[in-house]
Design a protein around this ligand. Structure first.
Ligand code: NAI
Ligand code: MG
Length: 362
């Protein structure tokens, strides 16, 4: 029987979301020209969905998301919706709802410094040039979700509390994602914890050690999170893959992203146990430049490359997209966020078109 074509759902979202996903979809269509057998559908999420249906994650969107093999998301949120009093209706809840309902526990956040953009980093070129690290962050557990939590009165004063909890199974499944990732890359995995202070991470370290013999080709090391923050700034190229929990990963991945100095360049993936994934740029909806054809679409285009690699098993097409992005950077094309004197300023759509042309010719 003929294999069913795979389903991709595009969720443009808010702010610059529609502009950047439009460019990414052009590249996806170029992949279809090259034989990629997918159907592409679109739905509302975030503020756009709230405006149309009163919900940031309507049932129809969730149903389409569940039925898809991969999701491409722009970004959600913006000042227009900051006044919504019911927190459950805020645009961000659309994103959190998708992560939760789809069980997207494995967040992959590369920090890559393109050699053409070395000047964008705040660090010295010799410290960051050629940087290519991958942070694997657990996304559906840890202190962000642990119960009990709250603010309550105890002995005449209010206390705030959260629960930091990970089960063996949760640690093991994110550990496996990270070991597999290291295996495909430079075979070095650094597990980041706070095992000198927090019991949860003593267990975390133990489980990583237990997995290690199954991946004898991968060299496992451990680092305390405070030192990891220091090392990321001091000598980031010592890392290949970093694996850590939800909160440490949130902080370290933003720090690592900024080493590259270019928020408009960084894609991300969030995967579940069946390989289904949601792909999105690391940045937000950039309301300050929305609707002006100024945004950098490359993070979203590179998110399509991650989708092809991690959910659709099409590594050649992924490389072709990454090659096309390298080509337009080589040619000196720059959106405002990555421009500097001597380069050619282009709009969102011009950048998308240039990648498309390069994709067809590389
Ligand atoms: P942001 O990432 O949207 O913007 C930060 C700065 O970077 C702005 O100056 C913006 O113009 C610039 N920027 C971001 N992406 C760019 C791109 N592709 N090209 C050129 N410049 C770009 O973060 P901010 O301002 O903190 O948040 C704005 C809104 O986005 C908020 O409502 C926030 O909640 C939401 N947000 C959504 C996320 C998501 O959907 N995953 C993630 C982060 C924020
Ligand atoms: Mg963050």
């Amino acid at each position: 029987p003929r294999r069913m074509s795979r389903k991709i759902l595009v969720l443009p979202g808010d702010g610059i979301g529609p502009e950047i996903t439009r460019e990414a979809v052009k590249v996806l269509e170029a992949c279809q020209e090259r034989g990629l057998d997918v159907t592409v559908d679109e739905a509302l999420v975030g503020g756009a969905a709230y405006d149309a249906h009163g919900e940031p994650l309507p049932e129809t969107t969730l149903a389409k998301a569940k039925a898809s093999d991969a999701i491409l998301l722009g970004a959600v949120g913006g000042p227009k919706w900051d006044k919504i009093e019911d927190l459950a209706k805020r645009p961000e809840k659309g994103l959190l709802g998708l992560r939760k309902h789809l069980g997207l526990f494995g967040n992959l956040r590369p920090a890559i410094l393109y050699p053409q953009l070395a000047e964008a980093s705040s660090l010295k070129p010799e410290v960051v040039s050629g940087l290519d690290i991958m942070i694997v962050r657990e996304l559906t557990g840890g202190i962000y979700f642990g119960q009990p939590r709250g603010i309550e009165e105890r002995n005449g004063q209010r206390v705030g509390f959260n629960t930091y909890i990970y089960s063996e199974a949760e640690i093991e499944r994110i550990g496996r994602v990270a070991f597999e990732m290291a295996r495909k890359r430079n075979k070095k995995l650094c597990s980041v914890d706070k095992a000198n202070v927090l019991e949860v991470t003593i267990l975390w370290r133990e489980i990583m050690e237990r997995l290690a013999p199954e991946y004898p080709d991968v060299e496992l090391s451990h680092m305390y999170v405070d030192n990891a923050a220091m090392q990321l700034v001091r000598a980031p190229k010592q890392f290949d893959v970093i694996v850590t929990g939800n909160m440490f990963g949130d902080i370290l991945s933003d720090a690592a992203a900024m080493l590259t100095g270019s928020i408009g360049m960084l894609p991300s993936a969030s995967l579940n146990e069946s390989g289904q994934g949601m792909y999105e740029p690391c940045h937000g909806s950039a309301p300050d430049i929305a609707g002006q054809n100024l945004a950098n679409p490359l993070a979203t285009i590179l998110s399509v490359a991650m989708m092809l690699r991690y959910s659709l098993d099409e590594p050649e097409l992924a490389e072709r997209i990454e090659g096309a992005v390298g080509k337009v950077l080589d040619d000196g094309l720059r959106t405002a966020d990555i421009a500097y004197p001597g380069t050619r300023r282009v709009s969102t759509s011009e950048m998308g078109d240039a990648v498309l042309a390069a994709f067809r010719h590389v």
